[in-house]
Every structure is written in C-alpha cells, then in structure tokens.
Design a protein around this ligand. Sequence first.
Ligand code: HEC
Ligand code: HEC
Ligand code: HEC
Ligand code: HEC
Ligand code: HEC
Length: 476
Amino acid sequence: MKKPCLPERFFAMPLTRFLLVFAATLLLALALARLLPQQTDLSVDVERDLPLYSQPFGKARPFYPAELTTPDGKLINWRAVPGARSCGECHLQETLEWATSIHAISDLDLVYDSTVRENNSASQAGKAHGLEKGRWCEGCHNPLGVLAGAVTPANSVQETEAMEEGTSCIVCHAVNRAEPLAGNGALEMDINGVFRYGHPALLAAAPSRHAKDMRARREQPLMGDSALCGACHTEIRPTAVNGATPPMNLQDTYDEWRHSPYAKAGVQCQDCHMSREPAAFVAALKRGETPKKTVSHRFVGNNYLLTETALPSSLLFALRGGSPPGLNRLYDRKTFMAELEKTHQSILALLKEAAEVEVTAKALHQELRVQVAVTNAGAGHALPTGPLDQRYLWLEVEVKDRFGATIFHQGAFDAVKGEEDPSAVRWMKEVRDIHGAPERRHILFDAHTLHYTRKPIAPPPNRPRGLPRAPAGYPP
Ligand code: HEC
Ligand code: HEC
Ligand code: HEC
Ligand code: HEC
Ligand code: HEC
C-alpha cells in the first residue's frame, strides 16, 4: 500500500479543506466588491461641499424657481450622473434615436442657449440674481445641471458631458414622481440612488435589478403616462422671477391634452410621440382604428429645422450646439446623419397629419368669397402647442385667376426679412413688453402681457373613435 503524499494528506484533513474553501470564497467576494464603486455617501451637503452655491430663494429650495427635486431634497452628486454614452454601450438603437431628438439638445441648442443668456443677463428682471432665476428655464432644458448645482454664479462643480445632455436618458429613467399641473420640471429624480448599481459588471449580472432601477415600464407605470411628459410640457412663470402676479402660463400642452378626447380614450403623449411611426399611428387613430403601440426615442415633434440634413453640416451642428454624445465611439457620422434624416422625415410626415384645410369659394355679384377652414385633425392637444410665441401657425392664401395670374396673396414668407407677412392669419400667443409692443425674442423674464392673435385650435370632440373610454376620473 502506497503512503499518501503530502498534498493528499493535506486535503484529507476536513478542517484545513474547510478553511481553504472559506479563504477562497472570501477572496472572491473581496474581488467582486472592488467592482462596486466606492460606497461612500453620495449626498451633497451644500454647506460642506458647495459653500459658494447661491440660494437667494431660501435654503429649503435649492432648485427653485424650477420645480425639480430629489428624494432627500438635496443636490445630486455631479460624479453620479451617467451620460447617454454609457447607456449607449448596451442600448445603441435607443441612444442613436435619442441623439437625433430635440431632447438631446434641449440645453445646447443655439437658440435656447442664447435666449437663456439674454434672459439672465440682459433683461430687467435679470439684473438681480439673473442666473439663479434662470434655474426656472434650466429646470426643463438642463435638469441635471440644476440638480448638480452647476447653475450658480461661482463655478463650483465640474460641468461634465453627461450633465449638459439636456433631457437625457437618466432624466426620464430615474423618475419617482411627476406633478404635471405644477409644471416647470416638477419631477422627483433619484440620480444618486441608481448610481451604485450602474456598474456594467453588476448590471450584466443582475439585469432585472437594472430594469427596475431604470424604471422599465412594467415596474413604473408613470413611464407610460402623460404625467411624465407634462411636468416639463407645462410652463408657468413664477412670481419670484419678476414679482408679477398672478403667475403667467406660457405652455399648457399637458392641460390641453388633459381636456382633450385623447386623454379620455387613454391615448398618452408617449403613444404618439414615441411611436416608431408617429404619422401612421395618428393616421390610424383618425380612421377609427386601434393602432399598435411601439417605442422609439426620436420624440418626433415639429422642429424640422434642427434635423434638416440638407443644411451644411457645420451650420447644422452649430445650431444643435455641437456633435452628439458617442459620435466616433458608438457610431460614425454617416450612421448618425442617416438616423437624423429618418427623424426629419418622421417630423414632416407627422406635421402633415396634424391639420386639415378646407377651402370653399363662392362668387357673389362682382365679389369672390373664399373661406378657409382649418381643423386640428391629428394633434393630441391644441394646434399649435408649446411656447406659442415661438411655435405658431400661419396661413398662406394665394388666389389665381383662370390664366394663372395671382389676384390675391396673403401670408407669404419674406425670406429677406425672415418674417411672414404681418397681415397673415396667425395662431400665436404674442409676448408683449411693458409698452404693449410684441417681443419676438422670448425674453420671458420681462414679459408683461400675453396676447392671442388667434387661439390655438382644439382637437375635435369626436376623435379618436374606435378606442374604449378611460376609466372614470382619468386623467386626474
Ligand atoms: C452593460 C449593459 C447595459 C448598460 C450599460 C445599460 N443597460 Fe439598460 N439594460 C441592459 C439589459 C441587458 C437589459 C435587459 C434587462 C431585462 O429586461 O431583464 C436592460 C434593460 C433596460 C431597461 C428596461 C427595458 C424594458 O424591458 O422595459 C431600461 C429602461 C434600461 N435598460 C435603460 C438603461 C439606461 C437609461 C442606461 C444608462 C443609464 C442603461 N440602461 C445602461 C443592459 C444595459
Ligand atoms: C423624455 C423621456 C425619456 C428619455 C429622455 C429617454 N427615455 Fe427611454 N423610455 C422612456 C419611456 C416613457 C419609455 C417607455 C415607453 C413605453 O413603454 O411606452 C422608455 C423606454 C426605454 C427602453 C425600453 C425600450 C422598449 O422597447 O420597451 C429603453 C431600453 C430605454 N428607454 C432606454 C433609454 C436610453 C438609453 C435613453 C437615452 C439615450 C433614453 N431611454 C431616454 C422615456 C425616455
Ligand atoms: C425634463 C423635462 C422634459 C421631459 C420630462 C420631457 N420633455 Fe419633451 N421637451 C423638453 C424641452 C426643454 C424641449 C424643447 C427643447 C428645445 O427646443 O430646445 C422638449 C421638446 C419635445 C419635443 C419636440 C418639440 C419640437 O418642437 O419639435 C417633443 C415631441 C417632446 N418634447 C415630447 C415629450 C414627451 C412625449 C415626453 C414624455 C415621454 C417629454 N417630452 C418629456 C423637456 C422635457
Ligand atoms: C394623438 C396624438 C398625439 C398625442 C396624444 C400628443 N401629441 Fe403632441 N403632437 C401631435 C402632432 C400631430 C403634433 C404636430 C402638430 C403640432 O405641431 O402641434 C404634435 C406636436 C407636439 C409638440 C411640438 C409641436 C408644437 O406645436 O410646438 C410637442 C412639444 C408635443 N406635441 C408634446 C406633446 C405632449 C407633452 C403630449 C402629452 C401631454 C402630446 N404631445 C400628446 C400628436 C400628439
Ligand atoms: C416647463 C419647462 C420649460 C421652462 C420652464 C422653459 N422652457 Fe423653453 N421650452 C420648453 C419646451 C417643452 C419647449 C419646446 C416645446 C415645443 O416645441 O412645443 C421649449 C422651447 C424653447 C425655445 C425654442 C427652442 C428652439 O430651438 O426653437 C426657447 C428659445 C426656449 N424654450 C427658451 C426658454 C427660456 C429662455 C426659458 C426661461 C425664461 C424657458 N425656455 C423656460 C420647456 C420649458
């Protein structure tokens, strides 16, 4: 009989084996734990961490006049903000689609950027605490910057790419609550709370935990509800901005939807605007069908300028405020431009479904009477909607005789002046200054009164047919 050699004897000893297995497990656990980001306290204490953060509206409301908030009411940690690029490592299609959307540039878009600066620094109301008052604008256009404390006169946090991405992935995918009627960005977002589980290795190991963290629709019903969108698509200038009472309603998209037959039939903002084929979805509703719901992140609306691929690309990128996150890392320029063009075509197609125009002409003695009726045929809210000094509708009418000569022309666009004919029929809400003069530059800080040239057109009460009614009391 052969004598057992040393190792064999070693393993034969039950206690030693137990200790070895124990030590190996411990080592493995320690190695895994290193994968976790340091579990330090992420919370930001203004006094301790950002002593220069300016709070003219009181310490209890660091984000005011924006209505954004966090579960503990404190600032988020700027290091904890995941950028779209990090999501794009795994969700490439969603990221590409979103990168072509207006949401991806809601902070950087040149028109917004210059307008917010002018409000903050060149307006009457901006003379005192202009930048802090600008948190009102930034709460919707640049929510992560506001939450991280970047919107303050003394630079105290580092502006990261992730923080400047406007309405980015994590803005919608970390929401706990929304108050759409309060508006001004009234969302509670738990950015710090999802950070610790965001490591790719952990996330791959526990995808269902990740799906829950990211508010998969099956976990967070709010994701499928207009209230999520309504929090930012309701804009009310608070008294704090310039002392004016009552607060001034500037955008009512959510409220318009809430009173529309679409709300009663349970058709949400997402159903139309996050459909893969928004125009086809709306057309099917109009035919009285029940179209299938699909999901895309293009957020097709009406701004076709910022997706106009026919523009020289340097101009287009300048208007969009730079190149998209992930370019040349996740996708190349050609792929991006092709996606941008798809979004552009979807916008044009949706706009064509929005209105119906009916023209009737009657000759009466020596007079020709032309009647033009415009119906809101496909928008789930008023037509137009949004900031109606910027997003408005006008009518161009041209009447020709039988020889093709123009006998009447109203509403033409003057490309040199960059304006439509002032006598045009316009559906617009003018912002007027203290002298009653129209103010076209969106200086909302100093807006004195609002004036409808014509009220926007409500959706017809008989649409959509074909869909069951929502339960009584919906929407709240
Ligand atoms: C390492 C790869 C990876 C990264 C990075 C990643 N995800 Fe995911 N994500 C997944 C996987 C895999 C699933 C599928 C899990 C499931 O549904 O069980 C998923 C699921 C989701 C879902 C739920 C989808 C559903 O079924 O409704 C959402 C929402 C989501 N991720 C958003 C994000 C966002 C936002 C980011 C960036 C902050 C992100 N993900 C980063 C891999 C990733
Ligand atoms: C404006 C809000 C908003 C933004 C910004 C946003 N999402 Fe979403 N996302 C949603 C909503 C709402 C849904 C659920 C749609 C539904 O099921 O009706 C969703 C669904 C998803 C899903 C599940 C897809 C599916 O087919 O069911 C993934 C994955 C996802 N988002 C990832 C992302 C990523 C990645 C980004 C950034 C590049 C992003 N989202 C940006 C609102 C948003
Ligand atoms: C954090 C605030 C925020 C949330 C939440 C949000 N939006 Fe937006 N949305 C904006 C801002 C700001 C813009 C305009 C950006 C610009 O023009 O610079 C915008 C633009 C849009 C546009 C494009 C408008 C145009 O002129 O073409 C559409 C469509 C849209 N949002 C739909 C939605 C839908 C649908 C949801 C909900 C799933 C949603 N939004 C949620 C802030 C938000
Ligand atoms: C029945 C489909 C439908 C629903 C539901 C719907 N919309 Fe729209 N939306 C449209 C159409 C069509 C347009 C293009 C016409 C226009 O510009 O108003 C549009 C345009 C927009 C625009 C940009 C256009 C503008 O006039 O400034 C925004 C922003 C928008 N919708 C947001 C929302 C929000 C937020 C909700 C939910 C509260 C919503 N929509 C619900 C169909 C819909
Ligand atoms: C409640 C959220 C909210 C607030 C607050 C807000 N905006 Fe907006 N803003 C939006 C949305 C949503 C749109 C686009 C809606 C649409 O197209 O119908 C928009 C569009 C704009 C546009 C048009 C952008 C373009 O490229 O055409 C400008 C400029 C703008 N906002 C500037 C401002 C300024 C300046 C302030 C503050 C004085 C401000 N916004 C406050 C939500 C908001």
